[in-house]
Design a protein. Structure first.
Length: 79
């Protein structure tokens, strides 16, 4: 079930405040990190390119568009 849509820039955004996992889909490139607070330079991250396939992330997931990526990315969040 679709719940909301977020436009992601190069600033870190936490996807969910609920303790459960959520599914997301997006078209483009995102960096994903898991952290209890905003990720720091030393936080490991995954750089992922996607074409609207759904992936599951947990409540510790933060996302941003890569700094060198010149576009915003729209993320669709599902429960």
């Amino acid at each position: 079930m679709f719940t909301r849509k977020l436009v992601i820039t190069s600033e870190w955004i936490r996807l969910s405040d609920i303790p459960d996992s959520v599914s997301i889909s997006f078209r483009g490139v995102l960096e994903i990190a898991e952290s209890t607070g905003a990720p720091e330079a030393s936080t490991p991250l995954l750089r992922l390119e996607n074409e609207m396939a759904q992936i599951v992330v947990d409540s510790l997931s933060w996302v941003r568009a890569p700094v060198d990526y010149q576009e915003e990315v729209t993320v669709h969040i599902y429960k």
